[in-house]
Ligand binder design. Sequence first.
Ligand code: NAP
Length: 311
Amino acid sequence: MADARAPIFDKVALIGLGLIGSSIARGIRTYGAAKRIAASDSSADVVARVRELAIADEVTQNVAEAAKGADLVILCVPVGACGEVARALAPHLAPGAILSDVGSVKAAIVAQVAPHVPAGVHFIPAHPIAGTEYSGPDAGFATLFQNRWCILTPPDGAEAEAMRKLSAFWTRLGANVETMSASHHDLVLAVTSHLPHLIAYNIVGTAADLEEVTQSEVIKFSASGFRDFTRIAASDPTMWRDIFLNNKDAVLEMLGRFDEDLTALRRLIRTGDGDGLFTLFTRTRAIRRSIIEQGQDTAAPDFGRAAPREE
Ligand code: NAP
C-alpha cells in the first residue's frame, strides 16, 4: 500500500503567488504533498516577497524556468491571464506532466488553455472553493483548503492516474474533492458565489451613492447587516472583473431568476402578505442551518466575531 504521507509529486510549479498560489505552497510544505516547489510570478515585488517568505524552493519571474521538469503545474493567476500564461509555458511542459489551475470559472479557462496543451500533457482544470477577501503572497495560509471543496472538471477521456494523483494532492491539502463538467461548475458557482458577489457589490455601491443617508451613518450603523456585504464587496477587483467577463451566460441566467424572485418578494411586501414573507424566511433559515451542519461555516453568533467589550 502507498505511504499516506509520501510526497505525491516530485516538483510542483505554481504560477501566480497570490492568496491561492501562496496558500498551496504553504500547504504543500505543511502536509508534505511534493518534494520541491517552484514559484513564478510576473510581478518582481511578489517574487522578492516570496523569496523573503521562503515558501518555495525556486522562485523566478520566468514561467518556463518554473515549469521545467515539474510533474504538476498549477496556474494560480487571474482567470483572464490563464491563456497567455499557458501559451508561454506550454513548450516547457514535461511529457506526462499534469497542467491544472484554480480559476473561479471553468469553461472559459478550458477554451483559453486547452488549445496550448501539448500532446502527452494531462490538462485537468480545478477550482478550490476557498478564499478570503485578501490578495497577495502575505494573505495565504496552509490551512485555507481544510474541509473546503475542490471541484475538478476533467475533459472527457482524462487519464485515470492523472485524476487520482491530482485528487490525492487536494485531499492532502485538506480539501474534499468532487468532479463535474466545466459548464455545470459554472452554473453552480454562478448562484453560490458569483451572484452573491454581484449583489454585495451592488448594495455597497448603492449605499455609497445614497444622498439621504450620510456615508458616516452607513459606516456607523453597518453592524446591522451592511457590514457583512462589505466583506464580500472588498474582494479583489481584478479577479472579480475577470469572473463576470468569463462566466457571462451563467451569471446572466441566474440574474434573470434573481430578478423574478425579487419581483415576487416586492409583491409580498406591497400586498402585506406576511405569511408569504414568513414562509420564505423560514426556508432560507433552514439553508443556513444545513451549511452549519455540513461544517461550511461557524454557528457562533455574529460569525464568531468577538463581542464588543463592555467598558
Ligand atoms: P491574487 O492574490 O491577486 O494573486 C494573483 C497573482 O498572479 C498576483 O501575484 C499577480 O501578480 C499574478 N499574476 C497576474 N498575472 C500574471 C501572469 N500573467 N503571470 C504570472 N503571474 C501573474 O489572486 P488570487 O486570489 O490568488 O486568485 C488567483 C486565482 O485563484 C484566480 O484565477 C481566482 O479566480 C482563483 N480563486 C480565487 C479565490 C479567492 O477567494 N481569492 C478562490 C478560489 C479561486 P500582480 O499582483 O502583479 O498582478
